[in-house]
Design a protein around this ligand. Structure first.
Ligand SMILES: NC(=O)c1ccc[n+]([C@@H]2O[C@H](COP(=O)([O-])OP(=O)(O)OC[C@H]3O[C@@H](n4cnc5c(N)ncnc54)[C@H](OP(=O)(O)O)[C@@H]3O)[C@@H](O)[C@H]2O)c1
Length: 327
């Protein structure tokens, strides 16, 4: 495993960080708690010491699972990355979506990051995670109803109190990052990035490079699509959000599989799977600090954790980049 510092902080995280969204079940058609815990423990044993979660993932379930998985581990050997600003239990801010929780109950999710909420959410997360501090605390989505300084002054207070070590953002553009940076020293931005989804390379990644902020790439396997296992017409379980995403419609799936067929010989050369090649490529990309890799079970987690067990030469990276640019 490689370990990389976030921004100009002394917080080191594993270049492959475990993404615990699917572990919470919500929007992924359910979860198996034991499988999820085993996946996180297997990752840790293979050097994946950092875990990214959020309160809204399973409405507390993902954070509880993470808490259970890391119970008993020396706290300073694990880095907990969690978030705030997506409320399902309070109608405040801007409605983000109508949804259903894991038991099928209708819920509405609001983007809200008022100072009262930031402080309250942190306490709830600490309880669910079974810890007394969060290593990286990130706003989940921009909240257009709250001034950015109000949100990040609350985060600065949490840092002062020792409940949070460092502040980050997700899904922020360069301008929003600059504004947040007036209230707190930001270390990172968590944004969508994969071989087939590179729009953040236009503005946000260059801004992060210029200002020394880290980029945490989310959905680097494009939610499973880049593992090569999804074929056109794939049937997803009820409640799995992927069924409706443009990236999982037949034409896009076929086009992606053509790309994967082109890069597969490089994976085979290293006895690696496509998902391993994809993750390896992701963290080699300029400006990308971490690949947040989701996994449902220990088998997937092991494969993802071992994505750094081989090296890619400059020639191999150039070949992959050419195919990716052509996509
Ligand atoms: N801040 C944000 O707004 C935001 C948004 C999205 C994600 N994220 C973070 O980024 C993390 C990763 O993104 P993601 O979970 O959306 O997508 P991802 O990591 O690209 O894909 C994860 C999914 O792919 C499948 N998979 C993973 N490894 C595999 C393997 N080796 N072989 C076969 N299938 C495999 C699993 O689903 P199946 O087995 O069901 O196919 C898994 O749940 C999230 O968990 C979350 O922490 C953040």
């Amino acid at each position: 495993m490689q370990y990389r510092k976030l921004g100009n902080s002394d917080l080191k995280v594993s270049a492959i960080t475990f993404g615990a969204w699917a572990a919470g079940g919500w929007m992924w058609g359910s979860t198996d708690r034991n499988d999820a815990i085993e996946a996180i423990r297997t990752s840790y044993d293979l050097g994946v010491t950092s875990v990214d979660t959020a309160p809204v993932y399973g409405q507390g379930t993902s954070e509880e699972i993470v808490g259970e998985a890391i119970k008993g581990l020396p706290r300073d050997t694990v880095q907990i990355l969690t978030k705030f600003g997506m409320r399902w239990d309070l109608e405040k801010g801007k409605l983000a979506m109508h949804s259903q929780d894991n038991s099928g109950r209708k819920i509405d999710i609001y983007k809200y990051a008022g100072s009262d909420s930031v402080i309250y959410e942190c306490e709830q997360s600490l309880k669910r995670l079974g810890t007394d501090y969060i290593d990286l605390y990130q706003i989940h989505w921009p909240d257009v109803t709250t001034p950015i300084d109000e949100t990040f002054e609350a985060v600065a207070k949490l840092i002062e109190q020792g409940k949070v070590r460092y502040a980050g953002v997700c899904n922020y553009n360069a301008q929003q990052m600059a504004e947040a940076g007036q209230s707190v020293s930001l270390v990172s931005n968590q944004i969508p990035f994969s071989m087939v989804n590179r729009s953040v390379e236009d503005e946000t990644v260059p801004y992060c490079i210029k200002t020394g902020k880290s980029v945490l790439a989310y959905s680097p396997m494009e939610r499973g699509l880049l593992t090569g296992k999804i074929k056109s017409g794939h049937h997803f379980k009820e409640g799995d959000h992927r069924a409706d995403l443009p990236h999982f419609q037949p034409e896009f799936v076929e086009k992606t599989n053509e790309l994967l067929a082109k890069i597969k010989p490089i994976a085979s050369e290293h006895n690696a799977s496509l998902s391993q090649l994809v993750l390896r490529w992701t963290i080699e990309r300029p400006g990308i600090t971490v690949a947040l890799a989701g996994a449902r079970n220990a088998r997937q987690a092991k494969q993802n954790a071992e994505a750094l067990n081989f090296d890619l030469s400059a020639d191999e990276l150039n070949i992959i980049n050419e195919f990716v640019d052509y996509f």
